[in-house]
Design a protein around this ligand. Structure first.
Ligand code: GDP
Ligand code: K
Ligand code: MG
Length: 297
């Protein structure tokens, strides 16, 4: 049987459900998710090999219009560069919720994805109060771009995902597989561990702080079946450090417990996790600090 293999980039504005979609397509929690924008900061491959096809899904940071800040510029750069060389684009939008940022994504697609087929995935249909609204919404979108296909889906509930995947498969060229068939991602355990810690922080913290923190795994060693991990949580100010630690260290302790459980699930072995909070003023608006902290996509 001939092998097929190729890249499907998942793009869209922040929070439409791109990472949730990647996780559900490959059937494993790999990319972190939350209801806050800018959760995903790095390009990440989710690889799924099934029958004669290897799907290489590319999760990307949300495309957005705030450009002033070094982190924001980095996120857009990482997302746009993910379009290079892919076989198909899956553009995710939210059912009946069109924003200016979706128009921005549209203009980027026009500039960067000529000749690449674009599948429109209208996500979160489970949230639609009135399904009748879907048809006029689709009609509106069809006027904006010549999509190769349109799928109403729910990434979270798994609605229409196998149909979407079958369609994606038709765009993957005949090719040898690029990765061993049991490989799930291009990212290291170290990277995934840092992401898990960041996810638990984002989910526990208020609205602003998530954008001012990053996580770096400082030490990762296996000793007698136990993974010893210590991670640094970088924030920008002392006041933020106090919030992350919480009253009597409660918040950091909860984050540590939740992160450890998720890391055990990921690694399939016992984990000893230590978290430290450190301050580095202005790291998120400093190109050099960003590179040092792993923002090098
Ligand atoms: P991203 O920023 O585009 O990667 O979005 P995420 O995958 O992080 O998801 C953003 C939020 O939307 C999270 O709270 C998800 O649980 C939620 N979400 C994603 N897909 C769906 C869906 O199909 N239905 C509903 N109701 N929520 C969803
Ligand atoms: K998000
Ligand atoms: Mg995401």
């Amino acid at each position: 049987m001939k092998q097929h293999c190729g890249y499907a980039a998942i793009i869209g504005r922040p929070n439409v459900g791109k990472s949730t979609l990647l996780n559900h397509l490959i059937g494993q929690k790999l990319s972190i998710t939350s209801r806050k924008p800018q959760t995903t900061r790095h390009r990440l491959l989710g690889i799924k090999t099934q029958d004669n096809t290897q799907f290489i899904y590319v999760d990307t940071p949300g495309l957005h219009q705030r450009q002033g800040h070094a982190m924001n510029r980095y996120l857009n750069r990482a997302a746009i560069s993910s379009l290079v060389g892919v076989d198909v684009v899956v553009w995710v939008v939210e059912a009946s919720k069109w924003t200016q940022e979706d128009d921005h994504v549209l203009s980027i697609l026009r500039d960067h994805s000529s000749n690449i087929p674009v599948i429109l995935a209208i996500n979160k249909v489970d949230q639609l109060a009135d399904r009748e609204l879907l048809l006029p919404f689709i009609a509106q979108l069809q006027d904006k771009y010549s999509f190769s296909d349109i799928f109403p889906i729910s990434a979270l509930r798994g609605i229409n995902l196998s149909e979407l995947e079958q369609k994606i498969a038709t765009y993957l060229p005949e090719s040898e597989w690029h990765f061993p068939e049991d490989q799930l991602t291009d990212r290291s355990e170290r990277f995934l561990v840092a992401e898990i810690v960041r996810e638990k922080l984002i989910r526990r913290l208020g609205e602003e702080l998530p954008y001012r923190l990053t996580v770096q795994v400082e030490h990762f060693a296996d000793e007698e079946g136990l993974a010893h991990i210590s991670a640094l949580i970088w924030v920008e100010r002392d006041s933020q450090k106090a919030i992350v630690i919480g009253k009597q260290g409660q918040l950091l302790k909860q984050v540590g417990t939740e992160a450890r459980e998720a890391i055990v699930e990921l690694l399939g072995r016992k984990v000893f996790l230590q978290l430290w909070v450190k301050v580095r003023a202005g790291w998120s608006d400093d190109e050099r600090a960003l590179r040092q902290l792993g923002y090098t996509d």
